[in-house]
Design a protein around this ligand. Structure first.
Ligand code: ADP
Ligand code: MG
Length: 435
């Protein structure tokens, strides 16, 4: 059976594209072979449906060619995370999260804004535990952090199917832990996160901020995995140093490996993403329409996708082709609700004006309080209202190191919580800038 199966796979491989073979044929597992029927184990009903619709004919042809007679195929669904080979002794994970099938490296459009994170993710998947450990990916909402993290999971497993990949959100980890404490099953919890896992992917780690008990446990999880040479990767919407209420010892762990930022994509990348998504949706999208959308929707890729879906739906229901005019008509809400992009120069001018200093003074080296405070406020606002990274902001604030921007941002963030006047000033600046 194993021999036949290898042969069948060999033929199928020649019939479909490489990534299709990898995603759809590789995961099939023949578990039973009887009287002209092959039973295949598959991940879930969704997988099965898609496979039957798109690839079953190829499989049937390949089977027939090898066995010299028509064969039948049956499917058996495994009701647990495919990427976790749980040993019989280990408890079944209570909240195993599936890796999203579409979130693979092949579907990730690379541009200057994300190529560092992409390359680091790939390196980590290729040399699990040996390239950068941990890998810490940070960036704003909807910029592809989760997509990259799942890709690492898929690719790690593909490179080495023996690796048990565990993907969770920090929130799941938190709930899992509180449940385990309540049910007195911490032993099992530890087996799951320390022993029964070779690659741990934790999404949205910022969720742990302000949860000392969970941080403490996570600190031990981290140490156990790291000491065993197991790969760990995180995502966060903030830089480790920007996470308030995070224990220093945990923060310092996050900085052991590599920190990679995902920034907002440039116009060219946004266009490329739109075209790639449209192609996968089987939708005709002209360059002019792609450009129209990309020019309006700038700092959230999820929104770019929503625009496409809207157009796709409108076009499917009305039969109208997707044109620039049609896009403008139907995407009004996306285009109008876009917050006006604020530049660092505008912030410098506005804040300078408010405090009665010049932008040159703000950018200067002066440490006088009447200049340092507006500088810190401007840095804080720039971090909030623009999509620039810390190093970029340092550059724009007179060629400073990223750490000074970071410190200023943190300082103002702390102050504003206890100082209502400052909060009011910040709100006023923000309102004026956004107008
Ligand atoms: P985040 O976790 O940073 O909030 P996601 O990973 O959920 O963002 O990404 C939002 C959506 O945008 C997803 O559907 C994802 O596939 C898509 N996306 C993000 N970056 C890219 C990219 N570089 N190429 C293709 N799709 C992308
Ligand atoms: Mg995410």
């Amino acid at each position: 059976m194993q021999e036949h199966w290898q042969e069948v796979m060999g033929i199928a491989q020649g019939e479909v594209r490489a990534f299709e073979f990898r995603n759809w044929f590789k995961p099939l597992k023949p578990v039973h072979w009887h009287n002209g029927t092959v039973t295949l184990q598959v991940r879930d009903a969704e997988f099965q449906e898609w496979f039957i619709e798109h690839f079953e004919p190829v499989l049937l042809r390949s089977l027939e060619e090898v066995l010299q007679k028509p064969m039948m195929v049956e499917y058996k669904i495994v009701d647990r995370n495919l990427f976790e080979t749980v040993s019989p002794a280990a408890p079944a994970p209570p909240a195993a999260t599936e890796l999203t099938r579409e979130y693979i490296f092949d579907n990730f459009v690379v541009g200057p804004s994300n190529h560092m994170a992409f390359a680091a993710g790939k390196a980590v998947a290729e040399r699990s535990g040996k390239a950068y450990n941990p890998l810490f990916i940070y960036g704003g909402t909807g910029l592809g952090k989760t997509h990259l993290l799942h890709s690492i999971g898929h690719y790690s497993h593909q490179r080495n199917p023996r690796l048990r990949v565990l993907y969770i959100t920090a929130e799941t980890y938190f709930h899992d832990m509180t449940t385990s404490i309540r049910c007195k099953s911490m032993e099992q919890f530890r087996v799951k996160y320390r022993d029964a896992c070779d690659v741990l992917l934790v999404d949205d780690i910022q969720f742990l901020a302000g949860k000392p008990r969970t941080q403490e446990e996570f600190f031990h999880t981290f140490n156990a995995l790291h000491a065993a040479g197991k790969q760990i990767a995180f995502t966060s919407d903030r830089f480790p140093q920007e996470l308030p209420e995070l224990e220093d010892r945990l923060r310092s762990r996050f900085e052991w490996g590599l920190i990679a930022e995902i920034a907002a994509p440039q116009l060219e990348t946004r266009v490329a993403i739109l075209k790639a998504k449209a192609q996968r949706m089987g939708m005709a999208l002209g360059d002019d329409v792609a450009l129209t959308i990309a020019k309006q929707v700038k700092d959230n890729i999820r929104e770019l996708e929503s625009c496409l879906k809207t157009l796709h739906l409108v076009s499917a229901t009305t039969g109208e082709p997707v044109t620039v005019a049609m896009a403008q008509e139907n995407l009004k809400s996306y285009f109008r609700s876009r917050i006006r992009r604020v530049s660092v120069e505008q912030i410098l001018r506005q804040v300078g004006h408010g405090y009665g200093v010049t932008d040159v003074e703000i950018k200067s080296r002066s440490r006088k309080k009447n200049i340092a405070q507006p500088r810190h406020v401007a840095m804080y606002l720039a971090r909030r209202l623009t999509v620039h990274s810390f190093p970029e902001l340092g550059e724009r604030f007179g060629g400073r190191d990223h750490s000074s921007v970071m410190a200023a941002t943190r300082k103002i963030d702390k102050q504003r919580r206890i100082d209502a006047t400052l909060q009011q000033t910040l709100d006023d600046f923000e309102q004026k800038l956004r107008r």
